[in-house]
Design a protein around this ligand. Structure first.
Ligand code: FDP
Length: 317
């Protein structure tokens, strides 16, 4: 029975903290997730009304940071710092792992992208926060060891997609800025009918080109916003589709970051019955070498991802 049904209420009446309590989640993990949820209230406000300019600094990847990137990072980091349950953090906006508590017993480590897709803020498209959570202090371990992952989508509504390893559940921020359960146990169909293709098409390798041509030939609809969070959210909520940011002819690792983007998204999509692959191996089995690692990705409905892997294996022959 679902937590919503056990409580004898409609899903809309269950808030995030209560939901996690009813799922019998660890109290410290619940605290950590609720701290991130609280931080997101301030990020929403910053996005709505904040400075859209550049910060004059760059991140680990040499990309210009927006004032909003830096602010969102500070908002989350401060919460994690004072939560009392975090050992280490890594943020896409900072260039090193920060140790918060040298004693990691019973604590968590968190990798996060405070404002993914921030190049879309000035054109007023949706952006998001992505979070990956591990027990202990090791952030350089395969994503299959995550104990929770979530993203928050700042769109016309603010929603959160969360998994603690018991399915993936959607919450929405209400007028009091609290998250209430919208739906539990989202599931992906085996095959999708939408596709979100990142990277320049004229740089695709033959296997990826064949995959995308196949999707088009079967009538899949193109849905690419340029923001990973809204693009994955569309696939999860509609229950059908595949997102790719593949290896390119001049860039074998694609664009997206393993720690901050791929691992948490792969965890959520697998929890919904989907798959996530580099084209050659499962994303969640990658052993990160550093916080800056990138990898190609094909993520979404299982049969679509398997087909991409098949075409890519054939291109190697
Ligand atoms: P952004 O650079 O705007 O932060 O990882 C970053 C990301 O956006 C993803 O959100 C998005 O899926 C991807 O890059 C878009 O890249 P392209 O501009 O190359 O399509």
């Amino acid at each position: 029975m679902t937590a919503a049904k056990e409580a004898g209420t409609t899903p809309f009446q269950i808030d995030l903290r209560r939901y996690l309590r009813e799922l019998d989640e660890n109290r410290d993990l619940t605290r950590l997730i609720c701290e991130i949820a609280d931080a997101s209230k301030y990020i929403v406000n910053s996005i709505r009304t904040g400075d859209l300019g550049v910060a004059g600094t760059s991140n680990l990847y040499g990309e210009d940071q927006l004032a909003l990137d830096v602010l969102s990072d500070r908002i989350i980091r401060k919460r994690l710092l004072h939560s009392g349950v975090v050992a280490r953090v890594a943020s896409e906006e900072i260039s090193e792992i920060i140790t918060i508590s040298p004693d990691s017993r019973g604590k968590y480590s968190v990798a996060y992208d405070p404002l993914d897709g921030s190049s879309l803020v000035d054109v007023n498209l949706a952006v998001g926060t992505i979070v990956s959570i591990y027990e202990g202090d090791n952030l350089l371990q395969p994503g299959r060891n995550q104990v929770a992952a979530l993203y928050i989508l700042y769109g016309p509504r603010t929603t959160m997609m969360l998994s603690t390893g018991n399915g993936v559940h959607e919450f929405a921020m209400n007028q009091l800025m609290e998250y209430n359960l919208v739906q539990e146990n989202l599931k992906l169909d085996p095959k999708g009918s939408i596709y979100s293709p990142g990277g320049q098409r004229n740089k695709y390798t033959p296997g990826t080109e064949k995959f995308v041509s196949h999707l088009e030939a079967k009538g899949s609809k193109l849905r690419y916003s340029g923001g990973l969070v809204p693009d994955i959210n569309q696939i999860l909520v509609k229950g059908k589709g595949v997102f790719l940011y593949p290896h390119l002819q001049d860039n074998p690792n694609g664009k997206l970051r393993v720690l901050y983007e791929l691992n948490p998204m792969a965890y959520l999509v697998e929890q919904a019955g989907g798959a996530a692959s580099t084209g050659k191996q499962r994303i969640l089995d990658l052993q990160p070498q550093g916080i800056e690692d990138r990898a190609p990705v094909f993520i979404g409905c299982k049969e679509d991802v398997a087909l991409a892997e098949k075409f890519i294996a054939e291109e190697a022959k």
